[in-house]
Design a protein around this ligand. Structure first.
Ligand SMILES: [Zn+2]
Length: 169
């Protein structure tokens, strides 16, 4: 667990090394066969509340971390609209769907917003699942790959695709 707590997004000295490593790894290393039932419990569910999705996403994250032999991370799903900005014409100007964040006091969380930015409706299950896998891949970067900074490289997006497929997407 000590390793878990030392990881951070800081440390620019190693950023370029992190970038090169992140970009060169296209699959989740040493990943065993994974069940598709955790994805199904989110994507095929009739329920889409924050409470339901938080519980199912926590199960998914605990399961994958257990399979990879890394510490898990707390998942928080909130029924509030994704933080976003609007353009002068009132249209969507960009925002975020989730984050993987150090909170201080050694705590780390995956947070996912369950409502769409503009209309405040519950997000489509597939989009929600994609955000969950994206944030989980940040955690895997730091815990499994040992990166000090988890960057949005082309390799990172390939690992997201790899993990999604392994989970049945
Ligand atoms: Zn990201």
């Amino acid at each position: 667990m000590a390793r878990f707590f030392r990881r951070s997004f800081g440390g620019s000295a190693s950023s370029s090394a992190d970038y090169i490593q992140s970009n060169s790894i296209e699959t989740i290393p040493n990943c065993p066969r994974l069940s598709s039932s955790y994805r199904s419990a989110i994507v095929e569910a009739k329920r889409d509340t924050a409470n339901y999705r938080q519980s199912k996403t926590q199960e998914l994250v605990d399961y994958v971390c257990g399979k990879l032999h890394i510490p898990s991370v707390r998942v928080v799903v909130v029924d509030t609209p994704c933080p976003h900005s609007t353009k002068d014409n009132g249209r969507f100007g960009g925002g975020k769907l989730g984050h993987y964040k150090h909170l201080g006091n050694c705590a780390i969380e995956i947070r996912i917003w369950n409502l769409t930015a503009m209309k405040g409706q519950r997000r489509a299950a597939k989009s929600f699942f994609e955000t969950a896998v994206h944030e989980l891949c940040h955690h895997i970067d730091m815990q499994l790959l040992g990166l000090e900074k988890s960057l949005h490289t082309a390799g990172f997006y390939k690992r997201i695709g790899d993990l999604s497929r392994r989970l049945g997407a």
